[in-house]
Design a protein around this ligand. Structure first.
Ligand code: CA
Length: 380
């Protein structure tokens, strides 16, 4: 089998004024996605997604990766990965060049799965689970209102919708963060898993202060307390708190995760397969974490393609450590407004009683909604 073409699609739409949402690093007024399509001489097509600014990841693929990819056999995905990485190694060991590889790599896995007529999790070694507990990522801020009572209402809504876990955005203001999380915990009781995510808005000292005040409220993990470069800050926060510390959505490749894991800076690593180098690299990072007895719970944030890829990955992750009552990985499902999450494929995920079933169809197990893709593709 040979690759005959590689296409990139930039999708974008503007949010309505009442849909605009914020987190500790800024406001979202539009949604976008960068979808990669790999065509082959056997008529099999694979799709992938790259996180990050779409105009730049698509340009990297079109100008740097595509000329190399034409004529290659998709089955040689690891050879392809290493050679693509090496093309920009001297210019981008992290960031957009690796995000662009991610989109290509996921599309290659989709091609291979379809070619062999098996779901990707079979190619990753098999499924440890048929379904995965899902957690809602929400509690973004709105320009019109951002009061504690609105966040409490949102929490109650998730519980009513069957979610047994959710992640609260913090990193705005120390006092406000503590008040909000406390009110949410008191409203939903002790049976719901609550995570907190500062999106690296704090210094280590502030993160420790917030964490200490929130320790009585059973926090399942504290995500990105400090910036990704501040490994020593992570170590300080982890040593000071009785809350598991998580990070990794802004880390790249086995090379980047090597030090994050071996320095004992985090309890949980969160590689995102649309960021960190695709499924090829995410599986290697999970293995690296396993070897250090660090839990791997992937980050997920994007369109239906990103979700489909992450579901295949999480199916194939061993519990770490294994026991009669292990801490199973849980699946991130963003709740911010995004029609690309809901309508880009003909099989959007369904949450049933707080769980999502792992798709068992070939490849990623999803079919692109071509009319929808065309309608939202930005003209270039
Ligand atoms: Ca996060």
């Amino acid at each position: 089998m040979k690759i005959t073409d590689v296409k990139t699609y930039i999708l974008r739409y503007q949010l309505r004024e009442e849909e605009v949402f914020g987190y500790s690093q800024g406001w979202y007024g539009s949604r976008s996605a960068m979808i990669v399509e790999v065509n082959t001489n056997e008529g099999i097509t694979g799709v992938g997604e790259a996180f990050g600014p779409p105009e730049i990841t698509s340009a990297i693929i079109e100008h740097v990766y595509k000329p190399y990819l034409i004529g290659k056999d998709p089955m040689d995905k690891e050879v392809i990965w290493e050679e693509l990485y090496n093309k920009l190694r001297d210019h981008g060991q992290k960031g957009l060049s690796v995000e662009a590889i991610s989109g290509v790599d996921i599309a290659l896995w989709d091609v291979i799965g379809k070619n062999l007529n098996v779901p990707i999790h079979k190619l990753l070694g098999g499924a440890y689970r048929d379904k995965v507990k899902v957690y809602a990522t929400g509690f973004y801020r709105k320009k019109t209102h951002h009061q504690t009572e609105d966040l409490v209402k949102e929490a109650i809504q998730y519980v009513e919708n069957g979610f047994k876990a959710f992640k609260v955005k913090i990193g705005f203001d120390l006092k406000e963060d503590v008040t909000n999380v406390k009110a949410i915990r008191e409203a939903v009781g002790d049976d719901i898993l609550i995570m907190i995510d500062a999106n690296h808005a704090y210094h280590a000292s502030t993160a420790i202060n917030v964490g200490r005040r929130l320790e009585p409220y059973e926090i399942y993990w504290f995500e990105e307390p400090v910036p990704p470069e501040d490994i020593e800050g992570y170590i300080e926060v982890k040593q000071a708190l009785n809350i598991p510390i998580a990070a990794g959505e802004a880390e790249f490749t086995k090379f980047g995760f090597r030090y994050l894991i071996s320095s004992r800076a985090v309890d949980i690593v969160q590689p995102d397969c649309c960021v960190t180098g695709g499924l090829t690299e995410a599986k290697k990072i999970a293995t690296l974490a396993h070897a250090w007895n660090v839990q791997c719970i992937p980050h997920v944030w994007g369109s239906a393609i990103a979700i489909a890829a992450a579901l295949q990955l999480i199916a194939a992750l061993p519990t770490c450590p294994l026991s009669l009552n292990p801490r199973e990985p849980i699946f991130e499902l963003d709740q911010s407004p995004n029609i690309f999450r809901e309508n880009l494929v003909t099989e959007p995920v369904q949450v049933k009683d707080g769980y999502i079933e792992i798709p068992k169809k070939a490849g990623l197990g999803v079919t692109l909604n071509r009319d929808f893709l065309k309608r939202y593709t930005v003209k270039r």
